[in-house]
Ligand binder design. Sequence first.
Ligand code: PA5
Length: 464
Amino acid sequence: MMMTITFDFTNYDLSAVGSTHGLNRSEVLTEYQAPMYQHITELFAKRHTEGAWVKWLNAGNQPELAQELMTYAKAQHGKYDDLIILGIGGSSLGGLALLKALLHPFWNNLSTEARKGYPRFHFVDNVEGDTINGLLDVVNLKRTLVNVVSKSGTTAETMSVFMLLKERLEAVLKQPATQLKDHLVFTTDLNKGILRELATTLEVTTFEVPDDVGGRFSVFSAVGMLPAALCGLDVAEFQKGIQAYETVASNPNLAQNPVAQNALYQMLFCQAGKPISVLMPYSTKLAFVADWYVQLWAESLGKAENLKGETVNVGATPLKAVGATDQHSQVQLYNEGPFDKVFTFITVETPDAELMIPDSLPEVPALGYLANQSFHKLLSCEFMATKASLKRNQRPSCTISMPKLDVFHFAQLLYAIEVQTALAGAFLGIDPFNQPGVELGKKYTHALMGSQGYEHLINEAMGV
Ligand code: PA5
């Protein structure tokens, strides 16, 4: 049998953290079996429905996409030293999370040989001139591929940097019309948007962000899979991971579906006065998964209106932490501060390689307990200690265990969190796939930048 990620909810329970802060598992499962059964079946029934925004549920069954991306990536192999990915939010966080988790932790510092000819990668998701200049200092544009990722093609942060890189590429390539296209690849909407039009005029190879897959649910489309393939990861293996987990995540029986249980628990804790959801992987390689989660949870669940149009102003506040690092930063607050948080730990059971702490300071007895033990054991003990201290202080937590940090299990983790988010949205009765709350800020930016048609918003945007 194939190994899958697992969830442990022991420390959500009142038997672990007390009746004031914990929940009664058997009561939760009994009381919410019927509504959650409905949410799960409704969600998965819509997976092939046009316009339902849940096509990402089928991400494990796209052999053509895997084939197309791997063929393109193979043809590019060895041509570029650097891959620059321009995108923001859902158009960058998933790709960043997966490359950081699955490639060598110091990938960009490796030699070309050690990278087996695959490029270094750089995500640009901000419009800070100093950072962009800094990147231009370290890449040779003649040996660089730029992947512009924008579903809408109108996002100011992404398109402004593209405008700059296009000009810089043309300057170094000298023959813009013939060579520019070899240094660009777009990921955008199939039919519409500025980037789609530019792809035609500039003759740039383009991959699709499926019509009804929203940015933050798009990691398994070309948005995340193209950077993965270009850096040597196997897209089909991601799909195998999802396939292996689909039956678990779609099981309508709440008691047998840990993903639905976590969606439910998180929302019940939120309603019970714990609106802060901390995701704390015990792994630096998984740190960017927490960033990806923060966007997914915040943008999907923070909504003013429910599906009936009533004002509800719901949502839980996601927070990133990394173990063991943040034990020395946030855990004091977690253990003794307000009882307003619920924790999800992520652990990796088997490291890629075992590294031992040598007995190199025998003259220091105080450090003797560390000698001849593995770093993995130290990290695991630190995780167990944090979990136990939170339990002792009546702070509920659950743990997601990954048998290994590889493509197969990583895909399961992200897929599980996506399904969990969609089910949490269903439980709240809101639309987790829109983001009306970011539109106003975008309009104000247009007004402040002098964009035509937004003049009437200038005073408002300036706060006068
Ligand atoms: O999740 C989302 O929908 C957003 O975070 C978008 O991905 C982000 O705003 C970027 O949009 P676009 O891909 O249109 O440039």
